[in-house]
Ligand binder design. Structure first.
Ligand SMILES: [Fe+2]
Length: 461
């Protein structure tokens, strides 16, 4: 049964809003039990089922779980079997056996969307990552190219949470908590264990996926910024309950478990949840709602100022994976090199581009493409950008960066790269050339006390 446009929410008001709330939703009024979670007999004859996103004993401020009230429980299925044919390009435990390391700056051109029918699951492939879903610490970065909807099947990721960044083509995402419509420019988070199906109403589709093992995304602390700014909790949207009750012979659950896919048959849709409540939920966010902060006098801010969501490690301030964006915004700094500075980072940075261009690269970094600058690998603006910036001098005035949305997945772990990504025909082998032309501007006589017109000591006081 093909889903229809009218099945999916089109307005923000069709969702619940908030981040980390204890939500509740009923597709039929009176379906949620009152005063307890697991009554002897649930209203409407539903089964009560809890899904845990954290250990039962996790501290209350971190604890995540939801109660689902469904027509039949998830357990009603035949045994899991290895999926045939095997999916060869998903990794959840990065090691020398399945991936390699390379400190070189790597850039990929946008990967073509295949002509042959390919759904989200078959079109998903790991690019790089570190750690292990088995040990509940690590991450994987995937991409997908697909052109057809998943049919009579649902996907379940037992390994970690997916943060999906569609670059081309909308996603119609059906989950056990309800339906979401996710367009390029929005992101959707599908937490570990939730079953979901992805339809592609626009056909050919492409995007990026970050997966985190053993933790969940949270909003970054704002520190001295104050109580407001960056991504606002009210702008995160959570679906409302909707359910299917029809018989679905031959329905398949595809479970990603330790990076391998398994299938199990059942005769009903897993999207049979009539009501639910809890704080462990799928959600989406429109990146255009981000409220960027920036320098208003001198110097380019560190990219962490644009963090939308962060998946923490146990070390304060050290992210397993940050999701950072580079949205349209004003650049106003005086006598400042405004593009991102040259740097080497103890963290590793994977970048993608949803649309437009990126301020530090005049050419070659294209929508749908990607780059990887690993731990301590130098990077920064290309030659053309550097020379154009210097030539512009100090009188450029305020400048608005328009029509762009780049993003970064940044991790404290050192990524290993999958062989199909490293050997891909989409690797831009000339990437290094963008910096080779950087020439020496060194002049031992041009001190700040002589004639460096970019130095205004009165501003420094
Ligand atoms: Fe960087």
């Amino acid at each position: 049964m093909a889903p229809k446009s009218s099945d999916f929410p089109s307005a923000d008001s069709d969702y619940q809003s908030g981040f980390g709330n204890h939500f509740s939703s009923e597709a039929i009024a009176g379906a949620l039990p009152q005063g307890q979670n697991s009554p002897l007999v649930c209203p409407l004859g539903l089964y009560a089922e809890q899904i845990s996103g954290t250990s039962f004993t996790a501290p209350r401020k971190l604890n995540q779980r939801s109660w689902l009230y469904r027509i039949k429980p998830s357990v009603t299925h035949e045994p899991f079997k290895p999926r045939v044919p095997k999916h060869e390009k998903l990794v959840s435990e990065f090691s020398q056996v399945n991936s390699s390391i390379n400190p070189t700056q790597i850039r990929w051109k946008p990967v073509d969307i295949p002509d042959k029918p390919t759904d989200f699951v078959d079109g998903l492939y790991s690019v790089c990552g570190a750690g292990s879903s088995f040990l509940r610490h690590g991450f994987a970065i995937h991409m997908y190219t697909a052109n057809i909807s998943m049919e009579n099947s649902a996907f379940c990721n037992a390994d970690g949470d997916f943060l999906i960044v569609p670059q081309s083509g909308r996603l119609w995402v059906t989950t056990e908590c309800g339906k979401l419509q996710v367009s390029p420019g929005e992101i959707v988070i599908l937490p570990q264990g939730f079953r979901f199906a992805i339809d592609l109403p626009d056909g050919p589709s492409r995007g990026y996926v970050a997966e985190v093992f053993g933790t969940h995304f949270q909003l970054p602390d704002l520190g001295p910024i104050g109580a407001n700014g960056l991504a606002s909790p009210k702008d995160f949207l959570v679906p409302t309950a909707s359910f299917e009750q029809e018989s679905r012979p031959g329905y398949t659950i595809i479970q990603k478990f330790g990076g391998e896919l398994f299938t199990a048959r059942q005769d009903f849709s897993p999207f049979n949840v009539v009501a639910w409540h809890g704080n462990y939920v799928p959600y989406k966010y429109d990146l255009s709602k981000f409220c960027p902060y920036n320098t208003v006098l001198v110097d380019h801010g560190d990219p962490s100022i644009n963090t939308v969501l962060t998946a923490p490690t146990d070390k304060p301030g050290v992210a397993l994976l940050d999701f950072v964006i580079f949205p349209p915004r004003w650049l106003v700094a005086e006598h400042t090199f405004r593009p991102p500075y040259y740097h080497r980072n103890c963290m590793s940075e994977f970048m993608g581009l949803i649309h437009g261009g990126y301020e530090a690269k005049a050419d070659g970094f294209l929508p749908g493409g990607a780059s990887l600058h690993s731990c301590m690998t130098p990077h920064g603006p290309d030659t053309k950008t550097y020379e154009a910036t210097i030539a512009g001098g100090d009188n450029v005035g305020p400048h608005r960066i328009k029509d762009t949305m780049a993003f970064m997945f940044e991790s404290c772990l050192m990524p290993r790269i999958c062989p199909w990504a490293l050997e891909s025909s989409y690797v831009d082998h000339d990437y290094y050339q963008c910096w080779i032309g950087l020439k020496s501007h060194f002049n031992p006589n041009n001190t700040r006390n002589s004639h460096n017109n970019n130095w205004h000591p009165e501003i420094q006081q």
